[in-house]
Structure formats: structure tokens, C-alpha cells
Design a binder for this molecule. Structure first.
Ligand SMILES: Nc1nc2c(ncn2[C@@H]2O[C@H](COP(=O)(O)OP(=O)(O)OP(=O)(O)O)[C@@H](O)[C@H]2O)c(=O)[nH]1
Ligand SMILES: [Mg+2]
Length: 455
């Protein structure tokens, strides 16, 4: 979908509730003709209704026959989600009823909306900036409590406010630099130069702090992959079942029980994880198992976090040692399993180690808190902390920081003012793209096309 397919200035309509049967369905009409279209199809005098009022009546076909008994809500511009005249119709939630009502609205003059078109109208009307519009979709897609909180904060404008503050704080220095470009012979006073350097360094520092929240932001919004790894029979599938609280994977005392990757969603520490159980790694001639092991190894590469299991009831074997050598310490939690049978046979130098029994459910709480500690290396985000969660914002911020650093260097090295001012403008430009100023249609298209229909 391309942005130019959005019908600027026209009145759009779409079903805003999910497909299928439900108690009610909501159909939204937004645009300059929303009221007059609703007037044509509704039994009551829509044009006379005040904003933010609800009215019971019928949606009628062209001959005046009732299609459905509905509740009709009126939101007058600009006090609506989109900033346009908006009418919402709550009809009975059957898919046929809902479709008939929408068809009637389209027949009366509305255009079927494309995904994200309502929010695009809101963006064009300045109801939300781009970062807020993106938060709408994040909020809808959020799968964990932390993701919901963070999207909600961004939707309220917390990130935008930070970015605007950067812009505001930079403008004074930018203005001085622009004046310097115009009157280079006057030079910059020593004191002014010092002041600008101080200000820029301080802003740069704050931008870097925000940039550093991206690790947490990504973890919060995209979730993390957690991979169970180990030699056969160490208890990987048992641990998966224990974490999920259900009998998901087959557990037997036969080495090589799990042959394929098993994937399940897991919510832990306010985050959503993709939990992967893998085939036990060992040398084997068996072709199916070989393929399983190949998949285990590639899961180890791509996982955000590895739980490497060892069997405490037996001495370490070459398979274990090989895995210990291959696993990256930084993202690997070492687990001595089966401690109900025996204590670990040796003490391994490893940053994060815990002891547990998957079978008896012993040590699972310590496992959770170890996982939390590893995820939040820089400390867990607070409820009010604004984090960067989109790659687009991260890249723009990184570039803004680079330009700001170039300005600082340029000032120190007496680079000619045009160059310095150019980087300053680029820095401000990059910050602006986060809020949606001067972004290309391609970027807008790629953002809004990910939206749900009717949003
Ligand atoms: N005593 C005891 N036995 C366990 C524990 N965890 C797993 N087992 C047993 O160890 C055997 C292997 O468990 P699985 O969970 O199938 O091991 P796995 O690592 O998934 O094995 P593969 O899929 O073959 O790689 C089973 O008989 C389990 O009951 C534990 O904490 N204590
Ligand atoms: Mg298994």
C-alpha cells in the first residue's frame, strides 16, 4: 500500500472491530461528508446532533427498510480521533449485518478506508505526531504489560516531548551558528564559543542516554527468544514444561527424544518470550536427529538468551564440554539440572549459574530472577521511563548524535562555519523525522500500512 492511495479530503469508512461474530461491531466514518452520509442512512436527524452524543435508531436501505437497530455516535471536527467529522455506528456484531451496514455507508458516498487511514488523517490534522501514530499500532500489538505501558507513554507524547526538548535546546546554538555563517568576519567570541560547546555537549549526552534505552525498548516491544540447549537427556523438555506449567514437550529417559524445535510463548518478568526447546546435541548417524541438531545450533546463534543445561547427576561429558566452549557467556545462563539427585559434580567458572530441578519444580523462581537480571543488564526500566523502541527512531537519533558530535569537533578545530551550520541543520532534521516533519512518502507508507484496517 502506498500513501498516495489514501484519499486526501475524502470521507472514509471501515469496520473497526475484528472480523467474525461478536456482541457488537463498530463502523467508523470520518471526513467532511461523514455527517451528511450518516444523515442519508439513519432514521434520525444526524445533522442536528451535538458532538459527543449517542443516538439509538435504525440504519436504513435506500427504500427506507431497516437494516439494523444501532447506536450512532457523533464527533464533530476537530474533537475526534482523526480531527475530521466522525460518526461511529455500533451495530449488532454479526459479520453479515456489519457488512450490510458498511455497504450502505459506501453506497451513500463514503470510500472504503485503507489500513491506517484514520490514523493518517489524525497525523495530517496534527492530532498526533508520527511517533505517537506509531505508538497506536504498538499499543494494539503489545503482548506484555511492559510493552503496553511503554506504548501508552509514547502515545501520550512522552517521547515526542523529549525530542522537542532536544530541538528547542539546540535552536539557540543553531541560530548563533547561522548568524556566524552570514557574518563570518565577525567570528565567534570566546565566551560564546565556550557556551555553545557546553550546551551541545550536555544535549549530546542526553541524546546518548535516550539512545541507550534501545536495548530495553527492543526487548519490551519485540520480545526475546529464549533457547533451551544441552546434551540429550539433561532435562530441556522437562524445563520447558515446568516453565510453561503444562505438558507441552515429550519427556522420556531415552536420549534423543526431542528431534525438532518446539516453540511456545512465555510471559515472564513483564516481557514476552519465545521459548524454544531443542534437540539434545551429540554426535549421531541418525539423519532426522542430525537435522534436529543442526536446528539446535542455529537456534543457539540467533537466540537472545540461552539456557544451557547440564545434568548434575553425572560427570560432564564431551558433548557438554563442547557446548560450554561454544556458548557465548554474555547471553548464556548455565543451569545445573537434576539437583534433586546430586549436587553438581564440578564448579565451573561461569558468570550466571543456577541450580534447579525441573522435575521437582525446585529453583524455578531463582531461574526467573536470573533471567530478569540478564535481560535488564542496565537495570529494569521504570514505568515512567521513555524508551526508544523503534529502529526508525533509533537510527534517526544515532544520526542526530553523530551530527551533533561533528558540530562539537568542528567548533574545536576551527572548521569553517558553513560546514558546522550544515551539520547542525542535519542534526535538527534527523530529530524532526522522529516526529514526522520532512519524512518521505515511502516512510509514511511503510509505517501506516502496518496498521489494522479501521484504525
Ligand atoms: N530426577 C530428575 N530427573 C529429571 C529432571 N529433569 C529431567 N529429568 C528426567 O530426565 C529424563 C530426560 O528428560 P527430558 O526432559 O526428556 O530431557 P531432554 O534434555 O529434553 O532430552 P532430549 O530431548 O533427548 O534431548 C527424563 O526421564 C526426565 O524425567 C530433574 O530435575 N530431576
Ligand atoms: Mg527433549
Amino acid at each position: 500500500m502506498q500513501i498516495h492511495q489514501y484519499k486526501k479530503g475524502s470521507t472514509i469508512a471501515a469496520i473497526a472491530t475484528p472480523p467474525g461474530e461478536g456482541a457488537i461491531s463498530v463502523i467508523r466514518i470520518s471526513g467532511p461528508q461523514a455527517i451528511s452520509i450518516a444523515q442519508k442512512i439513519f432514521s434520525g436527524p444526524v445533522a442536528a446532533y451535538k458532538t459527543h452524543t449517542a443516538h439509538y435508531g435504525q440504519v436504513q436501505d435506500r427504500q427506507g427498510h431497516s437494516i439494523d437497530h444501532v447506536l450512532l455516535l457523533v464527533f464533530r471536527a476537530p474533537r475526534s480521533y482523526t480531527g475530521e467529522e466522525t460518526v461511529e455506528i455500533h451495530c449488532h456484531g454479526g459479520s453479515l449485518v456489519t457488512r450490510r451496514v458498511l455497504e450502505r455507508i459506501v453506497e451513500a458516498g463514503a470510500q472504503p478506508a485503507l489500513p491506517g487511514e484514520f490514523t493518517f488523517q489524525a497525523f495530517l490534522n496534527g492530532k498526533v505526531d508520527l511517533a505517537q501514530a506509531e505508538a497506536v499500532q504498538q499499543l494494539i500489538a503489545s503482548k506484555s504489560e511492559l510493552a503496553r505501558q511503554s506504548a501508552s507513554l509514547q502515545l501520550e507524547g512522552a517521547l515526542s516531548k523529549k525530542i522537542r526538548q532536544f530541538q528547542l535546546d539546540l535552536t539557540q546554538s543553531a541560530a548563533i551558528l547561522e548568524a556566524w555563517v552570514d557574518f563570518p568576519e565577525e567570528g565567534l567570541e570566546f565566551a560564546t564559543m565556550d557556551e555553545i560547546l557546553g550546551t551541545l555537549e550536555e544535549i549530546c549526552q542526553r541524546m546518548r542516554r535516550l539512545e541507550a534505552t534501545f536495548d530495553n525498548g527492543k526487548a519490551i516491544h519485540e520480545g526475546l527468544t529464549l533457547c533451551l540447549l544441552g546434551a540429550p537427556n539433561v532435562g530441556k523438555s522437562s524445563l520447558m514444561n515446568a516453565l510453561l506449567g503444562k505438558d507441552r514437550a515429550i519427556v522420556t529417559d531415552i536420549a534423543g527424544t526431542t528431534r525438532d524445535l518446539i516453540e511456545e510463548d512465555l510471559r515472564l518478568a513483564g516481557l514476552s518470550f519465545k521459548l524454544l526447546d531443542t534437540a539434545g546435541i551429540r554426535e549421531t548417524e541418525e539423519r532426522i536427529e542430525q537435522e534436529g541438531i543442526r536446528r539446535s545450533r542455529s537456534a543457539m546463534e540467533s537466540a537472545d538468551l540461552i539456557l544451557l543445561l547440564l545434568d548434575a547427576s553425572r560427570p560432564l561429558e564431551p558433548n557438554d564440554r563442547e557446548l560450554l566452549a561454544a556458548a557465548p557467556q554474555g547471553k548464556t545462563l548455565l543451569i545445573w539440572n537434576k539437583i534433586d539427585l546430586a549436587p553438581p559434580p564440578e564448579d565451573l567458572a561461569w558468570d550466571h549459574t543456577i541450580h534447579l530441578s525441573a522435575k521437582e519444580g525446585q529453583g524455578l523462581e531463582q531461574l526467573q530472577s536470573s533471567i530478569e537480571r540478564m535481560v535488564w543488564k542496565k537495570g529494569p526500566p521504570s514505568k515512567e521511563e521513555v524508551v526508544i523502541s523503534s529502529l526508525r527512531h533509533y537510527q534517526a537519533l544515532t544520526e542526530a548524535i553523530q551530527h551533533c558530535e561533528t558540530v562539537i569537533q568542528g567548533l574545536r578545530q576551527n572548521v569553517s562555519p558553513e560546514f558546522i551550520a550544515f551539520d547542525m541543520r542535519s542534526c535538527l532534521h534527523q530529530l524532526g523525522t522522529i516526529l514526522g516533519t520532512n519524512v518521505s512518502e515511502d516512510i509514511l507508507s511503510s509505517i501506516f500500512s502496518q496498521f489494522c484496517l479501521g484504525k
